[in-house]
Design a protein around this ligand. Structure first.
Ligand code: ES4
Ligand code: ZN
Length: 326
């Protein structure tokens, strides 16, 4: 199919990717066996059968459970290396990767091996044919701000490996403003800032992330569509959204792709980007996400090219590096 080939050939960046969300069931079982850990599923097939999510929380329960397979620096290296190889095959030239330190620290895996394994894989991949990458640490918004502050403190010895901070996990009832102090502190340490907002939460959370956390991009942000003035603001201020179409369908944020607001946001002049979020769980890596919206909205090559260009302009690459790649 011509559109599919065009998408596959487009050089692109991926800006919304949780490394723990690239853990395929086969890999989870292989790592669990290597570590002598027992996962709470009878088999790979039994685990895959649970991938029928009602909402974000329903997914997060499984996602955190599966991380039990990840224990050592080597596990995190192997996980990231497998994703980066796959991304390179999809013509992803640059990727900004989220990880959830608190999800590991609370089950006894310290910050060190997690970040050492991930950053070694990122460096090796960049040297061996790409993609280039950045690492973003996320705070879990369903925990309190004191826990996030302690996590930032634990990260201090490794801040040279970390480009910025994000905010993820269960959004309902956990507004961005809850984390204003830890974001202030992160920015004072030279870290860049992004946050998940308006995924399941309301448009007001998107505005709050901009105003109180001073984030440079919004992850998801799809519910901004419910507030016309906010959509205008995003377009005027050129605040990028890292949209994850297949994720939003799988988590029942929208009933089907035709109902998804990505096309309307794009038409309104918002800097929309296309990303996979947790590709092992949501039925497709980044090219499959481009393909799903191409089909739903019969996008042409000009629009697909613009989306791919947006992915570089919205990245944390230096302006010189962006110029080279767009
Ligand atoms: C996530 Cl899809 C999504 N939303 C919020 N937090 C997350 N962590 C991993 N995937
Ligand atoms: Zn996400």
């Amino acid at each position: 199919n011509a559109a599919q080939d065009f998408i596959a050939g487009l050089p692109k960046a991926e800006l919304h990717l949780h490394i723990e969300g690239t853990l395929e069931p086969e890999t989870a079982f292989a790592l669990a066996e290597r570590n002598g850990v027992k996962l709470p599923y009878a088999s790979v097939e039994a685990m895959r059968r649970l991938y029928d999510f009602k909402n974000l929380e329903d997914f997060l329960d499984l996602y955190y459970q599966a991380t039990q397979a990840l224990l050592t620096e080597r596990d995190f290296y192997d996980l990231a290396r497998a994703y980066l190889d796959r991304a390179r095959d999809e013509n992803v030239r640059h990727v900004e990767i989220f990880f959830d330190p608190q999800a590991h620290m609370r089950r006894g895996v310290p910050f060190g091996p997690v970040v050492e394994g991930l950053s070694a894989a990122l460096n090796d991949a960049a040297r061996e044919g790409g993609p280039t990458s950045r690492l973003l640490m996320c705070f879990l918004r369903d925990l309190d701000e004191a826990d996030a502050l302690a996590t930032l403190e634990a990260a201090r010895p490794w801040l040279d490996r970390i480009t910025g901070v994000g905010l993820d996990s269960a959004e309902a009832g956990n507004p961005p403003g809850k984390f204003s102090e830890v974001y202030e502190r992160a920015r004072s340490l030279g870290l860049r800032a992004v946050a998940h907002a308006g995924e399941e939460g309301p448009a007001a959370y998107v505005a709050e992330a901009l105003d109180r956390l001073k984030v440079e991009r919004i992850d998801h942000g799809v519910h901004a569509i419910d507030d016309a003035a906010l959509v205008q603001r995003l377009a005027r201020e050129q605040v990028p959204l890292t949209v994850c179409p297949l994720s939003n369908i799988r988590l029942c944020v929208y009933p089907d792709m035709r109902a998804h607001p990505i096309q309307r946001l794009f038409e309104a002049g918002v800097v929309v980007t296309v990303n996979s979020d947790d590709p092992a769980y949501f039925g497709g890596y980044v090219n499959e996400n481009y393909r799903a919206i191409q089909q739903a909205f019969t996008l042409g090559t000009a629009e697909l090219t613009q989306l791919a260009k947006n992915s570089f302009s919205a990245s944390f690459l230096s302006n010189d590096d962006k110029q080279e790649r767009i």
